[in-house]
Design a protein around this ligand. Sequence first.
Ligand SMILES: Nc1ncnc2c1ncn2[C@@H]1O[C@H](COP(=O)(O)OP(=O)(O)OP(=O)(O)O)[C@@H](O)[C@H]1O
Length: 477
Amino acid sequence: MTGQDPSLKLGDHQFGASGEIRRAVLRTLFQQMESMGEGAIAVDAQARVAWINEKYARKLGLATTAEAIGREIEQIIPNSLMRQVVQTGEPVLLDIMEFGAEQLVVTRMPLTDTAGAVVGAVGFVVYDRVHYLKPLVAKFEHLHQELESARRHVAEGRHARYTFASVVGASPACVELKRQARRAAQLDATVLLLGETGTGKELLAHAIHAASPRNLKPFVALNIAAVPESLLEAEFFGAAPGAYTGADRRGRDGKFKLADGGTLFLDEVGDMPLNVQAKLLRVLQEQEIEPLGSNRLLRVDVRVIAATSVDLEAQVRQGRFRADLYYRLNVLSIALPPLRDRLQDLAALVELFLAQISERSGLPQREITEQGLAALAGHGWPGNIRELRNVLEKAVMLSEERRLDAADFRPLLPTAATAAPAAGHLLADAVVEAERDAIQAALAAAGGNRSKAAQLLGISRATLYEKLARSPGGQTG
Ligand SMILES: Nc1ncnc2c1ncn2[C@@H]1O[C@H](COP(=O)(O)OP(=O)(O)OP(=O)(O)O)[C@@H](O)[C@H]1O
């Protein structure tokens, strides 16, 4: 083929009408490509080898060029894209082709007859060492890494943010809790976390996932109480395009799909309507989901960690929770103790939260006096660790002192009288008294500053004035 017109067709408009110039360009191009490159090959319209140069035949381990002629291109070069070029008529101008352990930089072009029909393709090995392209490849790798890191960043929202190190506490109750949770991390069974609100169920679920073999896959959380009943099914299982009125026309993935390979945390599982309970049970048994409005079953591999702050057994007895689902979820159950039963951890938790508050606000870190800690220890903490964090946040906001004292907490913690009203006490009276106490405590804490007191009470200044005007003696503030 060398010396012949390779019939690469270039439009006359590019080179004027001069056939001479066109032929010279084609000849020179071909000769240069063939001699500078590491190999050249041409195939016919059926992608059979029509010609190959010596260099390429040697590189491909053939004794002679004749050995290749007439054979299907893939028999000679398994990863070749020459057939694709013939079939599509589209060139592949620059590509990295794997040949055994080698990587070859190749370029492939269709060959057309004078009428423009594809009659074959020609390929050149431009380099046989990719390191010639080092600057280009390095740039590509750099961009690739940046993309990966951006993707990781996005995915982080779906990964466990907390490990067992984030679960603070050295009380016997907490040590036992972490022991059970570590064991659960090693097993792939469903876990049921039981505990009052704010005891750290979600935090523990994160930690279990992070210590489990699924830790490189997503951690997805769903608070069932926060999703309207009518949307729960789509939230769980996803919806096919246009599955229900108002649904995203493109359809959407459900939490099970998003958590595939990883862990799905279902908070307040006791709030699930019975019909969805039946569907959840099926998914847990079959590990298959059927998105709303689609009749396709999708396989998923999800470990469920469920949590509840209500007595699920009682719900089962009342017929509000399916017994079979309860048993399915309750394979491994872990009870989180309320804060009042692990007061030994109070100091460590206070220190952790004060450090976090300072980090977030940029203010110097506060400390706490012994009396301050004692005041906190005397409180019942119905909202548990979350309540503790909120109380500390408010105290830091309201006090200028470096060390928080009992007086800083008193207005923030309900008194015994309001916490446990005596029998026979009318609700209306109790409310009035509680309100008066809270207003007085807030005013005292705010040093008489009404705006600050209103802020502390979570009401507007106008409402505070109104309440003060109505309450005898309230005007003193
Ligand atoms: N042992 C702990 N160490 C440090 N922080 C904790 C600990 N336990 C709970 N927390 C913090 O307390 C807050 C409440 O915890 P979390 O949301 O996990 O509770 P929950 O039991 O899931 O609450 P709910 O039932 O209301 O959803 C979070 O900010 C969490 O980080």
